[in-house]
Design a protein around this ligand. Structure first.
Ligand SMILES: Cc1cc2nc3c(=O)[nH]c(=O)nc-3n(C[C@H](O)[C@H](O)[C@H](O)COP(=O)(O)OP(=O)(O)OC[C@H]3O[C@@H](n4cnc5c(N)ncnc54)[C@H](O)[C@@H]3O)c2cc1C
Length: 474
């Protein structure tokens, strides 16, 4: 079986490794460098991983890892496993004039409300984790897990409706609701599932983690295992077309010449809109897009007087206004910001300075921004004020690396939308199956599991693996 994998992000690398594990002859073609949105840069001599920063539902990774390492002796298997650093929680959430650390500590005035929320989400952790790795259909485990979620949400299919029903006090409701933007949409546009995720992620086995050394460690692991299992991974190769009639993939080599590769199966791990174009369809922007981001990575010029917590989430004063602006592909007046503060020697063992990452939720407008852009400056000023910094963030950072919607659009979805087009609520996260598109072509990756992040794309690769090897059939 000759398998061509298109795209070398986490989904493509996982799919290539799994296909090689199935004994197929695997060729992976990546137009840029391996890793896709997961990358590693050096800023002022410090290491910092760009793109994903935390891993939820780590059991999905452990399932994938176990499958890829199964042929090794136990000692080698143990040595190869990725070491996860447990994270204490989801960070300190700044909303209007309040700061809430999630999980809320005992003694906090809203502790009882938080515990009530957490206890209600706890039973959903196992069904969500199950759905992340189970092929949809009439299998009992899929039906049982779906029924558990349906019983909890009833007709409240949207995150805001579900949050209303939970009756949480406002600052807590906002701190929980804002996490739906991590899935690409505001609470009034996202599935109810996203309102459960902060609690379900914390309650799931393993909690929320970061690989020691940064998330790029996962990319390096998948690359190493795919190669060890015999996959041919090629960076700098751009796929131009999938010809289903002749069963060949056409690609441009780094030197510019065109080559064709015969296939029995194609696994497309690029955005589904790109796959459509490769199959000869039109290049059309989707009607609605999930959000993009402006991500800033830098070493601090000097340590902060009062160090920040590892993760801070700065909310806009008005979540609805932010969500509406993003839906119109406009810059929100105030956006959500995720700030990670990594002192030397913790996440990145070899760094000798603190590195800071700032992720601003941005419209999927395909634009390039820098620290001089008016919108970015205004957001950084607000964040600095909210976090109580003595100077605006841009003055504290040394030679930052900045990634923008234009960068995310270059290898991903239209406009740099992190999770591609907006799907109907019932196709959110783990509910959508990796698609079989006819003629031996499969679709995996972010656009199949919108908002699913790493567990979504890796779970999707595992589901596709089960379906391709016949283990997913009833
Ligand atoms: C700033 C940021 C923060 C995030 N934070 C988190 C987080 O904390 N936790 C989490 O779980 N998720 C997070 N995510 C989401 C997560 O990074 C993605 O879901 C995941 O990395 C997507 O992997 P993928 O393989 O599906 O897609 P991609 O990484 O986009 O890979 C697609 C690859 O296909 C290649 N390609 C495209 N067209 C072609 C072609 N024609 N020929 C060959 N190759 C092609 C691209 O170059 C790219 O390498 C974050 C994303 C971003 C951008």
């Amino acid at each position: 079986m000759r398998t061509v994998v298109i795209g070398g992000g986490l989904a493509g690398l996982a799919s290539a490794a799994l296909a090689a594990r199935r004994g197929e002859r695997v060729l992976l073609l990546e137009q840029d460098r391996l890793g896709g949105k997961s990358a590693r840069v050096r800023v002022s001599g410090q290491t910092v991983d760009t793109g994903p920063s935390l891993v939820s539902f780590p059991q999905v990774w452990r399932d994938l890892e176990a499958r890829l390492l199964a042929d090794l002796p136990v000692a080698e298997r143990d040595a190869a496993r990725v070491d996860f650093l447990p994270l204490p929680g989801l960070g300190v959430h700044h909303y209007q004039d309040q700061a809430l650390e999630l999980p809320l500590p005992p003694g906090h005035p809203l502790y009882a409300a938080w515990q009530g929320y957490l206890e209600r989400q706890r039973p959903l952790a196992a069904p969500i984790a199950r759905l992340l790795v189970t092929p949809p259909g009439l299998r009992p485990e899929f039906l049982r897990a779906s029924a558990a979620l349906a019983a909890e949400y009833g007709l409240r299919l949207r995150a805001d409706r579900y949050l209303d029903a939970l009756g949480l006090p406002e600052p807590l409701r906002a701190a929980i609701g804002v996490h739906s933007f991590n899935g690409g949409l505001g609470p009034e546009r996202a599935s109810a599932l996203y309102a459960s995720l902060p609690g379900a992620m914390l309650a799931a086995p393993g909690g929320v983690v970061a690989p020691r050394g940064g998330v790029y460690t996962l990319t390096l692991f998948l690359e190493a295992q795919a190669r060890r299992l015999g996959a041919d991974l090629r960076a700098g190769w751009t796929v131009r077309a999938i010809d289903r009639a002749r069963r060949v993939v056409q690609a441009r080599a780094p030197g510019g010449r065109l080559e064709e590769f015969a296939y029995d199966r194609v696994i497309s791990a690029v955005d589904e809109g790109r796959t459509r174009v490769l199959l000869g369809g039109p290049a059309q922007p989707p009607a609605r897009l999930t959000c993009s981001g402006v991500a800033i990575y830098a070493a601090l010029r000097e340590p902060l007087e009062a160090p920040l917590p590892r993760a801070s989430v700065v909310l806009p004063d008005d979540l609805r206004a932010m969500s509406d602006a993003l839906a119109r592909l406009e810059e929100p007046q105030q956006t959500m910001a995720l700030v990670h503060h990594d002192p030397p020697g913790e996440l990145y063992p070899d760094n000798d300075r603190t590195v800071l990452s700032v992720l601003l939720t941005a419209p999927a407008n395909g634009r390039r921004y820098d620290l001089e852009s008016g919108w970015v400056r205004a957001q950084l000023r607000r964040i600095s004020r909210v976090l109580g910094l003595r100077a605006p963030l841009e003055e504290l950072l040394r030679a930052p690396a900045v990634l923008t919607p234009a960068d995310y659009a270059a290898g991903g979805a239209w406009g740099g939308a992190i999770y591609g087009r907006v799907r109907p609520l019932w196709q959110a996260g783990p509910f959508h199956r990796p698609g079989y598109l006819e003629g031996g072509v499969w679709q995996v990756g972010t656009s199949v599991h919108p908002g699913g992040g790493i567990p979504g794309v890796l779970g999707g690769a595992l589901i596709a693996d089960a379906l391709m090897s016949g283990r997913g059939r009833r």
